[in-house]
Ligand binder design. Structure first.
Ligand SMILES: Nc1ncnc2c1ncn2[C@@H]1O[C@H](COP(=O)(O)OP(=O)(O)OP(=O)(O)O)[C@@H](O)[C@H]1O
Ligand SMILES: [Mg+2]
Length: 328
């Protein structure tokens, strides 16, 4: 078996945040000891509420910002120092797609010009070969050369995100980080764009880090899902199994709140307590003030992420092997 394309080891990132004009600076542990691997051709879905550290993780994985500690390896090698030739070579193999396609595009240029831009920058082939490649990319995202002649303002949100995808694929990357790529689109369009992404992934052998707060969307494309809560991974496992049998009380609440065929809304778990505040992370298990099953130990001791099955890790005193061990 080949080594994973992406290996993230214990990355952490702290920001200092001032609350109010005269407030004291507080440390925000945006990402705290996150480890994960993404196998070639697979999709890792990263879920969690707003502020849980998903985007920060994505930026560190892409080398857009350094971690305070920990390491990211891409294709077996550590991320090179920004600005070096080795870094440019690594970066050329990675692309990102964000939530807002209009923000990612230049309103003053026809979209075909924007798809061609990375090919021009890297001097790929002759000008006519680049024109051919742009047409091929437009077809790949199920648009036509006529769409290419338009300006971003004359396309729908879904069409714009297809253009962003075409441009991301122009230089034939191996790895895409998609950060809430369909969250700004109509629900009716979301599934289409995610299906397209999944088809292209299969055709091109792409590896994806797919970030979303929307479990429905993550479920559609992910092989493995990691659940974040206040900067830490609380549960990770293969997608079908995790959605069918969530172990962490937080994952259980998320899954129960996400509509799925065949499940009655009566089974929904409603979380009590305040939504998570990254600047005031609770002691012990950060989730314990909202956890319906918390015990005394949860308030004092941070649960480690431990394997509870061959393909599942959970950070919870009530779930891990530790719970049974302690009871014995
Ligand atoms: N550049 C920064 N400076 C200061 N604080 C930051 C910065 N980037 C992120 N943070 C803080 O780090 C925490 C995690 O943010 P992040 O954007 O990674 O969360 P997220 O899971 O992507 O949330 P969302 O679902 O809202 O996009 C938040 O509390 C955020 O305010
Ligand atoms: Mg985000």
């Amino acid at each position: 078996m080949s080594a994973p394309l992406v290996e993230v080891s214990a990355i952490s990132r702290t920001y200092s945040m001032r609350s109010g004009m005269f407030g004291r600076a507080a440390a925000v542990h945006a990402v705290d000891g996150v480890s994960l691997t993404i196998a070639r051709g697979q999709t890792l879905g990263l879920v969690g509420e707003s502020g849980s550290g998903k985007s920060t993780t994505g930026r560190i994985v892409l080398g857009l910002e350094p971690p305070d500690s920990g390491e990211v390896r891409f294709d077996g090698k550590p991320m090179a120092a920004p600005g070096t030739a080795a870094w440019r070579a690594q970066r050329a193999r990675m692309q990102m797609i964000f939530q807002d396609p209009l923000g990612a595009l230049d309103r003053r240029l026809p979209v075909a010009t924007q798809i061609r831009e990375p090919l021009d920058i890297h001097g790929v082939g002759t000008p006519s070969m680049r024109e051919d490649r742009v047409r091929e990319l437009l077809r790949a995202v199920e648009l036509t050369p006529a769409h290419g002649a338009r300006y971003p303002g004359a396309l729908s949100g879904g069409q714009r995100q297809r253009i962003v995808l075409a441009r991301a694929l122009a230089t034939k990357p191996d790895f895409l980080v998609c950060d809430e790529p369909v969250s700004a689109l109509d629900v009716s369009i979301q599934a289409q764009v995610v299906n397209l992404l999944a088809d292209l992934q299969a055709q091109l052998g792409l590896t994806l880090l797919f970030i979303s707060h929307d479990l429905r969307v993550v479920r559609q494309i992910s092989n493995v899902v990691a659940v974040m809560y206040l900067g830490r991974i609380v549960e990770i496992g293969s997608a079908d199994d995790l959605f069918a049998r969530p172990e962490h009380p937080y994952t259980q609440a998320l899954v129960s709140a996400s509509p799925a065929p065949g499940r009655r809304s009566a089974s929904r778990i409603v979380l009590s307590g305040d939504p998570p505040n990254p600047a005031a992370r609770p002691q012990g298990c950060a989730f314990h003030p909202r956890c319906p099953r918390a015990i005394a130990r949860c308030a004092s001791e941070v649960p480690a992420l431990e394997a509870v099955a061959s393909d599942r890790q959970v950070a919870c005193h009530l779930v891990s092997g530790a719970a049974t061990r302690d009871a014995a």
